[in-house]
Design a protein around this ligand. Structure first.
Ligand SMILES: C[S@@+](CC[C@H](N)C(=O)[O-])C[C@H]1O[C@@H](n2cnc3c(N)ncnc32)[C@H](O)[C@@H]1O
Length: 439
C-alpha cells in the first residue's frame, strides 16, 4: 500500500513545511539528481548506492521495479530501502485530476469539427477539446473578450477558440514558421466554416511572431491589445517591449476584433497549452501584475528548460523556483532533477515488461554511444540481420534493434528536436512531424 500523505498546502506555513521536508529528503542524493540518467551507466553511479540495496534490486523482477515510483515495496527488501521509497512517496505533490464540472458549472465540452482536428493526434485532440472549453467557460465567467494563446505553436487551441467558440484570439509564438502554419491553417478552416455557415465575417485568430522573454514584455503586449479598438490592426512597432524582444519581430495581421463593447471595460485571458519552461512562469507573473488580465489558464511543459538561479541560463528573474518561500528555503533542483520530476509513477506502473526493458536498454545503448563519442574509439564493426544490428567480433553476442520507431529514437537520443533527429538518424530524414508527449 502506498503511504498516505501527511503534508498539505492549506496554509503558507504548511506549504513551507512540505517544501522543507522535500529539501531535507533530497539533499543527500543531489549527486544522483544532478546527473542525466545516461550518467548512471556512463559514470558508474550505481557504485555510490548502498550495496545492500543494489544486491536486492539487481535480483528483483522488472514488474516490481516498475512499482517503486508508486511507493510499492516488497517485504524482503532492506528496511532502509523500504523507508527511502515510502518517505519519497509520502512527499509527492498531489496530481489527482479535479472534477472539472464541479469547478466550472458552465463548462460544456463540445466535440470538435473534423476540420479543426486535422493534424492532431488523439492526445492533442483531447487536450485541445477540453482546454478550449475551459478557456471559454472562464472567459465567459470573467467577462473577458480576448484570449492570448501564449506559445501557440501551430495554433490548434487558438483556432478552436476562434471558430468553435467565436472568441477573439491572438496567437503568439516565437517561431515565424509556426506563425505561418497557423495562418495558413486558419485560412483553410475559415473557408470551410464560411461555406458551411454562409458567414463571411468569421473570427480568425491574429498571428503574432514574438519571443516573450519577460512579464514586462507580455504586459506591454497585453496593454497594447487593450488599447486597440475593434478592427484596428495591431502594430508591433508601437509596443515597447525593450530592445532584446524586438529582434526579428514580424507581425501578420488577420481580422483583429480585440475589444468588444462590454460595460466592464476590456479584459483578457492568458491561455497556454504546453507553454515551455519559463514561458508558463512569465504568464503567471504577468497575470499578477496586470489587472486587466482576468485569468490565466496554463498547462506547463519542459520543466527542464526553466531557468534557475546559479545555472548557466539564469537571468534577473528566474523561472524556478517561482515562490519566494521556496526560494528562501534554499530549494534548488537543477535541470536533470526537474526533468525527472515530470515522470509519472502511474505510467511506469502500467508499462509492460517488454516495453520497460526496451526503455532501460535504450538508455544503456545511449550511454555506450556517448562513451564512444567521447573516446572517439570505434567499438567495432557490425552487420544487420533480421531487424537487428550485430556487433561483430568479441565474445558475447551484442545486438541493437534496427527497427526503432521515430519516437524510440527521439527518447533514446535524449529528446532532440525534429530537425536534429533527422540530422542524426538518416533513416528518419523523410519524417515531417514528431508527436512527442513530453516536448
Ligand atoms: C510545446 S510547444 C506547444 C505548442 C502549442 N501550444 C500546442 O500545444 O500544440 C511550445 C511552443 O512555445 C513556443 N515558445 C517557447 N518559448 C517561447 C517564448 N519565449 N515566446 C514565445 N513562444 C515561445 C515554441 O515556439 C513552441 O511553439
Amino acid at each position: 500500500m502506498a503511504p498516505h500523505c501527511r503534508y498539505s498546502c492549506d496554509t503558507a506555513a504548511q506549504t513551507l513545511e512540505w517544501i522543507s521536508a522535500i529539501n531535507d529528503f533530497l539533499r543527500p542524493y543531489m549527486f544522483l539528481l544532478n546527473d542525466h540518467v545516461v550518467n548512471f551507466f556512463k559514470d558508474r553511479l550505481w557504485e555510490s548506492i548502498d550495496k545492500q540495496w543494489m544486491n536486492c534490486l539487481r535480483k528483483e523482477s522488472v514488474e516490481n521495479l516498475l512499482k517503486i515510483p508508486s511507493g510499492i515495496v516488497q517485504d524482503n527488501w532492506p528496511a532502509s530501502l523500504k523507508e527511502f521509497i515510502l518517505t519519497s512517496r509520502s512527499l509527492v505533490l498531489p496530481r489527482e485530476q479535479v472534477e472539472l464540472q464541479m469547478m466550472l458549472p458552465n463548462l460544456h465540452v463540445a466535440s470538435l469539427d473534423t476540420v479543426l482536428t486535422q493534424g492532431m493526434n488523439m492526445k492533442k485532440k483531447h487536450e485541445v477539446e477540453t482546454l478550449a472549453a475551459v478557456v471559454r467557460s472562464i472567459a465567459e465567467s470573467t467577462g473577458s473578450q480576448t484570449i492570448i494563446d501564449v506559445g501557440a505553436g501551430q495554433g490548434y487551441l487558438a483556432q478552436v477558440l476562434s471558430f468553435q467558440y467565436n472568441l477573439s484570439v491572438v496567437a503568439i509564438d516565437a517561431s515565424s514558421h509556426h506563425g505561418a502554419v497557423t495562418s495558413a491553417r486558419a485560412e483553410r478552416i475559415k473557408k470551410h466554416y464560411a461555406a458551411k455557415t454562409k458567414n463571411a465575417h468569421l473570427n480568425v485568430p491574429q498571428t503574432v511572431t514574438c519571443c516573450v522573454m519577460s512579464s514586462d514584455a507580455l504586459k506591454a503586449f497585453s496593454d497594447a491589445l487593450l488599447q486597440k479598438n475593434d478592427f484596428e490592426p495591431l502594430e508591433m512597432k508601437e509596443i515597447d517591449l525593450g530592445e532584446p524582444y524586438l529582434e526579428g519581430l514580424e507581425v501578420e495581421r488577420k481580422k483583429p476584433s480585440l475589444c468588444s463593447n462590454s460595460n466592464m471595460g476590456p479584459s483578457l485571458v492568458l491561455a497556454g497549452l504546453h507553454a515551455c519552461g519559463d514561458l508558463s512562469v512569465t504568464m503567471l507573473r504577468t497575470f499578477i501584475e496586470c489587472k486587466e488580465i482576468k485569468a490565466v489558464v496554463s498547462i506547463g511543459c519542459c520543466y527542464n528548460l526553466l531557468s534557475e538561479e546559479g545555472s548557466q541560463n539564469s537571468g534577473s528573474q528566474c523561472g524556478f523556483p517561482v515562490s519566494e518561500g521556496a526560494k528562501l528555503s534554499g530549494l534548488s533542483l537543477g535541470k536533470s532533477a526537474r526533468d525527472l520530476a515530470c515522470q509519472s509513477a502511474e505510467r511506469w506502473r502500467s508499462l509492460t515488461k517488454d516495453a520497460a526493458l526496451q526503455n532501460f536498454e535504450l538508455h544503456a545503448f545511449r550511454a555506450a554511444f556517448q562513451m564512444d563519442l567521447k573516446t572517439v574509439m570505434k567499438i567495432g564493426g557490425g552487420h544487420e540481420a533480421g531487424g537487428l544490428y550485430y556487433l561483430d567480433g568479441g565474445g558475447s553476442l551484442v545486438a541493437l534493434w534496427s527497427f526503432l520507431s521515430p519516437l524510440q529514437w527521439h527518447y533514446g537520443l535524449g529528446y532532440p528536436s525534429l530537425k536534429a533527429l533527422k540530422f542524426l538518424v538518416l533513416l528518419l530524414s523523410h519524417l515531417s512531424t514528431l508527436e512527442c508527449e513530453l516536448c
